[in-house]
Design a protein around this ligand. Structure first.
Ligand SMILES: [Mg+2]
Length: 252
């Protein structure tokens, strides 16, 4: 993103009456760390977010694939709204609410498969969320982790055919979840509830593409992909420090 675009975003933001800001967490506000527990917001970003929250006409959400318990640990010191587990559960005004009831019986057939892959790939681990199962390989040896992830995707692809399930091939994580859950649907729901004259959505991973795609034809929406790769986003930033720099300018 060039400085002209950045200035334009900032100007539109300042002039807008109803603003919606959607920020992914890992890889967007904090670095992907070996232990997810360490992925805390820096003091600088915390302050920037506090300032953004306090601006008039502002609705700001952290939108993440993390479990709600997990993300709450990092954000409980800030009065911010959160969409967790790719949209399965949402925190507004301090209250967590599950969007809809879904079956998770499919987990029983997926867990043994994930266990097998985990056993064969030291360092990898399984995380269970309300409506999803995630297999993380960021702590595994890189080649072995990648190879096992392809194997897991291959096996899961064969079994999801008859179920309402999808596979997310994320950054060092393979996740399986209900097909009707996703960041795209989550932001659609928000967008339809209110009228916004400015939308900013920032993310770094494949799961963020759903929201970028949803906002593709909205002229008031600025979508930003962090890092390399093909994207539906209209703009790109290189790394977290550039995200922080943009948000900082918006916050003052
Ligand atoms: Mg991310």
């Amino acid at each position: 993103m060039d400085s002209k675009t950045e200035a334009e975003i900032n100007k539109k933001f300042k002039n807008a009456l109803n603003k919606l800001v959607l920020l992914d967490y890992d890889g967007t506000l904090v670095n992907l760390t070996a232990t997810p527990e360490k992925a805390k917001l820096t003091r600088e970003i915390t302050e920037i977010i506090r300032k953004l929250i306090s601006l008039p006409g502002m609705e700001i959400f952290i939108i993440t694939g993390r479990s709600h318990d997990d993300i709450d640990k990092f954000l409980d010191h800030i009065p911010i709204n959160i969409i967790a587990e790719h949209g399965a559960i949402i925190k507004e005004n301090g209250q967590w609410k599950t969007r809809e009831q879904k079956s998770d019986l499919w987990k029983q057939s997926v867990i043994p498969i994930m266990n097998q892959i985990t056993d064969a790939c030291p360092g990898s681990f399984i995380e269970e969320k309300i409506y999803s199962l995630a297999w993380h390989y960021r702590n595994a040896e890189s080649d072995a982790g990648y190879k096992s992830s392809r194997e897991l995707i291959r096996i899961l692809s064969e079994i999801i055919g008859n179920h309402d399930l999808k596979i997310l091939d994320g950054n060092k994580v393979v996740e399986i979840l209900s097909d009707s859950i996703g960041k795209g649907r989550a932001v659609k729901r928000l967008y339809e509830q209110n009228i916004y004259d400015f939308i900013l959505s920032i993310g770094d991973d494949t799961t963020d593409e759903e929201m970028f795609e949803y906002f593709q034809n909205h002229s008031n929406a600025y979508t930003i992909k962090v890092g390399e790769g093909e994207t539906f986003a209209k703009f790109k930033l290189n790394d977290i420090s550039e995200v922080v720099s943009l948000l900082k300018k918006m916050s003052v």
